[in-house]
Design a protein around this ligand. Structure first.
Ligand SMILES: Cc1cc2nc3c(=O)[nH]c(=O)nc-3n(C[C@H](O)[C@H](O)[C@H](O)COP(=O)(O)OP(=O)(O)OC[C@H]3O[C@@H](n4cnc5c(N)ncnc54)[C@H](O)[C@@H]3O)c2cc1C
Length: 276
């Protein structure tokens, strides 16, 4: 049970959602947006989050669409992870999100909720980081399109919400690997999770689990693409260039995360080697 009262709204348009946000906010209320609601409900039950008003985005067509529009795949923020897996428009995304939580939870968890999650993992963003995807947000300044990278480390402005993510069709079917290691079972937060693809002969790669937020690093990518040095040296050099504050917590120590990453990068090289 959620131990406090709140008002629930389910608007049918972007404009209506923002109007509700503004009027509730002006009354001094704490307002939040919600897509799947799994995290909001869990946090509220556990006393980690409070709010006065909730705006559910699942009634807004722009947030629930999943279709090709011209040269882009358009993914609504309120599309569930299972719908993404089943549609398989973007195989790397399908493979990545099917490792998040269990099947029953993925019927509720949405891609927007994963990208905006307060938990640091947000593995659903990895395929978008390496395909130069565009995040579409709506808010007081109207509709804005921005590189999805902006969502990885920063919060949206007051009143803004994520409506869609767009991926160019030319990036949907590139050769990829998606790898994840957890502490014990298949379902669990990642010690390390990575998504990589090859485009025009170069590896693009993004990580979750090893830093407080998911990231793609031009420096690490540059080293992994340097064919003048041998595989293992490349991996060691890349790991040495990780952000300095590698996550060190109850799931895994900093050194263990680096060890696991070393293994995954070796496996990734073997996969690419086999496909040459
Ligand atoms: C059993 C379990 C295992 C999990 N394992 C993993 C894992 O391995 N890897 C991983 O990455 N995650 C994992 N998670 C976390 C999970 O992916 C997130 O908690 C989940 O994605 C939240 O999705 P939701 O749609 O229910 O979000 P919600 O509960 O709706 O929202 C989550 C947050 O995002 C905000 N929000 C939601 N939609 C929008 C929007 N459109 N615009 C702006 N803000 C918005 C909300 O205000 C809230 O702060 C796991 C969760 C569970 C329950």
């Amino acid at each position: 049970m959620i131990p406090f009262n709140f008002d629930y709204f389910k608007p049918e348009t972007l404009e209506e959602a923002l109007k509700i946000y503004s009027s509730e906010w002006k009354l001094g209320k704490k307002v939040i947006y919600l897509s799947g609601g799994t995290e909001v409900i869990t946090f509220a039950r556990g006393g980690k989050m409070t709010f006065d008003s909730v705006i559910d985005l699942k009634g807004i067509p722009e947030c629930t669409m999943l279709e090709m529009q011209g040269d882009d795949l358009v993914i609504g923020a309120a599309v569930t992870l299972n719908r993404l897996v089943e549609s398989n428009h973007f195989p790397l995304l399908s493979k990545t999100v099917r490792t998040i939580a269990d099947h029953t939870s993925r019927n509720k968890i949405t891609i927007g909720g994963n990208l905006m999650s307060k938990l640091g993992y947000r593995e659903g963003i990895l395929p978008f980081l390496i395909t130069d995807a565009i995040a579409v947000v709506y808010g007081p300044a109207g509709t804005e399109a921005m590189p999805v990278d902006n969502l990885a480390a920063a919060e949206l402005a007051e009143g803004q919400f994520l409506t869609q993510v767009k991926v160019a069709a030319s990036n949907l079917d590139l050769p990829f690997v998606s790898m994840k290691r957890t502490r014990s079972s298949k379902v669990g937060y990642p010690i390390v999770s990575l998504a990589a693809l090859r485009k025009e002969g170069r590896i693009r790669i993004a990580f979750s689990g090893i830093h407080e937020h998911p990231f793609r690093s031009a420096v690490v990518e540059g080293i992994l693409n340097d064919e003048t040095i041998e595989d293992q040296q490349r991996i060691d050099k890349a790991i040495a260039k990780l952000p300095t504050n590698v996550t060190d917590d109850f799931i895994a120590s900093k050194d263990f995360r680096k060890f696991v990453l070393n293994k995954l990068l070796t496996e990734m090289n073997a996969v690419w080697e086999g496909s040459r």
